[in-house]
Design a protein around this ligand. Structure first.
Ligand code: FAD
Length: 381
């Protein structure tokens, strides 16, 4: 029997979203992966159906859903068959819009959140820089205040949705003081003078998602585009990271389960030495081992989800869930390719894509090394 944290309302939401994904996304993913792109139109379609506002308060035309609704969204998007599509949509709907909704004033809500919920404007989150990934406090992008504007200089890299985004939440320094209070978040908009996105980055993972580098050369950002208070950017970014890490854990569990299910079907059919692979004890035990690891990751992830849902701080548990689930998914994907043999490496079998995509889990959103560092710190080590 399955014990689940989800209620009837979440079950209904899951069924509706899953039908949409089956109809509008799943049939296209092979083509979009091939083209290394998915159309902006998908945001608009999802906006029209109300999906993008899942976690956004009703005052900004969202559905006012809780963390459990967000988790349903993350899980179903991860089932769509393209981690790239899932990454782009999830970044916008579950990370950028909720981060905005926490701090935006009425005017910012009208300009960015409502069009974001409708899928008319697409958002991105720009923290990482060429010289600052794990060590975010080392970021150099700097915004100097001149009357009612900030003048922003610097660069960002590896930004999901960066190429297509209409607006980006950019973490930068806004004063010369030492420590975490020197950072603020500015909303930078497409078309602002001096804001350049020279290219999409070519990568081996998430083919359908756009990942960009960008430069800010004397970009004049109105003070009205500052999200929250000056000096609170770093703390706000850290708080949101708990949820972002949990989203990655949720996606990893779903992805690993899908890979294992496909592999179980494969080893039942594929024969060697006169019998199905599934009849070899080594194969059976390997599968039992992977199934156990998936369940362990799911339990840890749902435990952390319930903590967030109940308003508890879960920095430690979110780091554990992200660390364990992404490492587990990487291992499951690797073992699954092994059980497919040579076919596992052929482009016509999606398992090779799932194997590549599983590789980003232990790097993006905070590496496994950093997750272990955070966990150790909570133990006063
Ligand atoms: C496809 C993709 C999409 C992304 N999307 C976004 C996005 O939308 N927005 C965004 O802001 N960022 C994004 N990122 C960036 C991502 O979060 C960073 O890549 C990640 O945080 C790691 O930073 P880094 O790449 O600079 O690695 P580094 O920080 O240079 O780390 C390199 C290696 O050193 C290790 N290391 C670093 N510090 C320590 C330490 N103290 N102890 C032990 N080992 C250590 C790391 O674990 C890693 O193995 C994305 C990345 C990718 C690949």
């Amino acid at each position: 029997m399955e014990i689940t944290p989800f209620l009837e309302e979440h079950r209904i939401f899951r069924a509706t979203l899953s039908k949409f994904i089956e109809r509008e996304i799943a049939p296209q993913v092979e083509r979009w992966e091939e083209e290394e792109y998915f159309p902006d139109e998908l945001f608009r379609k999802m906006g029209k159906e109300g999906f993008l506002g899942t976690m956004i308060p009703t005052k900004f035309e969202g559905a006012g859903g809780d963390y459990l609704s967000g988790a349903v969204f993350a899980e179903e998007m991860s089932r769509c068959g393209s981690a790239g599509v899932s990454a782009g949509i999830t970044m916008h709907a579950l990370i950028v819009l909720p981060a905005l909704a926490k701090l935006a004033n009425e005017e910012q809500g009208q300009r960015f959140i409502i069009p974001g919920v409708q899928g008319e404007k697409i958002g991105a989150l720009a923290l990482t820089e060429p010289e600052a990934g794990s060590d975010l406090a080392a970021i150099r992008s700097q915004a100097r205040r001149e009357n009612e504007e900030y003048v922003l200089n610097g660069s960002k890299v590896f930004i999901t949705n960066g190429y297509r985004a209409d607006f980006l939440l950019v973490l930068c320094k806004t004063n010369e003081e030492q420590g975490y209070s020197e950072f603020s978040t500015l909303i930078v908009e497409k078309g602002m003078k001096g804001f350049e996105i020279p290219r999409k980055l070519k990568k081996i993972v998430w083919h359908a998602s756009d990942t960009a580098e960008m430069f800010f050369d004397q970009v004049r950002v109105p003070v009205a585009n500052r999200l929250g208070q000056e000096g609170e950017g770093f703390t706000n970014a850290m708080v949101n990271l708990e949820w972002e890490r949990l989203i990655m854990a949720l996606g990893s569990v779903v992805g690993a389960q899908r890979n294992l299910d496909a592999t179980v079907s494969y080893v039942r059919e594929r024969k060697a030495f006169g019998r199905p692979l599934a009849k070899f004890q080594l194969t059976r035990h390997k599968i039992a081992d992977l199934a156990t690891r998936i369940e362990a990751a799911r339990s840890l992830t749902y435990h952390c989800l319930m903590m967030l849902q109940q308003g508890l701080s879960c920095t430690r548990e979110a780091s554990m869930a992200k660390y364990y689930a992404t490492e587990m998914a990487k291992r499951v994907a690797d073992e699954c390719v092994q059980m497919y043999g040579g076919y596992g490496l052929m482009m016509e079998y999606p398992i090779q894509r799932f194997w590549r995509d599983a590789r980003i889990g232990t790097i993006g959103g905070g590496t496994s090394e950093i997750m272990r560092e955070i966990i150790a710190r909570t133990m006063d080590l």
